[in-house]
Design a binder for this molecule. Structure first.
Ligand code: PLP
Length: 228
């Protein structure tokens, strides 16, 4: 797998797509999704400047966190169990997967105990898929309103995972809706900051860029197909 070539091509391609959509490429952050990827390969990506890494399992994240340099900016993108929260506070830069109230409380408590504020995105299950985590679109405003009481938590935007589709055009409405929900939150929740829209993966990132994504989570297009 030509990780360096893939990464260079991808970054170039993202910049082209951003400009074509009338956007500044500099406002779009790439999170290289490294789940199942061995650290030797991840080091290649780091060497060519990919500094934001996304993991979806706590154990795997902790193991890589120990082996890789402290300059890495870590993103937790997977469903989080409440009993694992204290293992990652202070180590991850952004948690993309706040998907329920119990987790919000746990994150707040764990962060407060160590005098930190944890940055999170609220995961929204826009398409209402049974197999996916996340709030229903209709719950999102009330949920974020309630998090204002949790000082250990800083909600900085929204995340969604679009349904799988061979034709990324089909998921455009999902991305569009996430952006609309973010606007609604900014409108209705005083002091809310919807700085980030984390949406777009290997198969659909281009459409996500056109719909306003500013964090892309991309694995396969950089590291190749995963075994699991
Ligand atoms: C695995 C994963 C990705 C990356 O998916 P690719 O199709 O390999 O780019 C993005 N987001 C989440 C939440 C993931 O679990």
């Amino acid at each position: 797998m030509d990780v360096i070539g893939n990464l260079n091509r991808l970054e170039e391609h993202i910049a082209v797509a951003a400009r074509r959509a009338g956007r500044n490429p500099g406002e779009i952050k790439l999170v290289a999704v490294t789940k199942t990827v061995p650290v030797e390969i991840i080091r290649e990506a780091l060497a060519c400047g990919a500094n934001r890494l996304g993991e979806n399992r706590v154990q795997e994240f902790l193991s890589k966190y120990q082996k890789l340099p402290p300059s890495v900016e870590w993103h937790m993108i997977g469903h989080l169990q409440t009993n694992k929260v204290n293992k990652i506070i202070g180590k991850v830069n952004l948690i993309h997967s706040l998907d329920r109230w119990a987790l919000a409380e746990e994150l707040h408590q764990a962060a407060t105990e160590v005098g930190k504020v944890v940055k999170v995105l609220v995961q929204v299950n826009v398409a209402g898929e049974k197999s996916k985590y996340g709030l229903a679109p209709s719950e999102t405003v009330d949920f974020i309103t309630s998090t204002a009481d949790l000082a250990g938590l800083s909600v900085e935007g929204l995340m969604t995972i679009a349904p799988w589709s061979a034709n990324p055009e089909e998921v455009r409405p999902v991305f569009r809706q996430l952006k609309e929900i973010a606007r609604k939150v900014e409108d209705k929740v005083t002091g809310s900051r919807m700085d980030y829209l984390s949406m777009g993966m290997s198969g659909d990132w281009e459409v996500a860029v056109e719909e306003g994504a500013n964090i892309l989570r991309i694995g396969t297009a950089i590291f190749g197909e995963r075994d699991r």
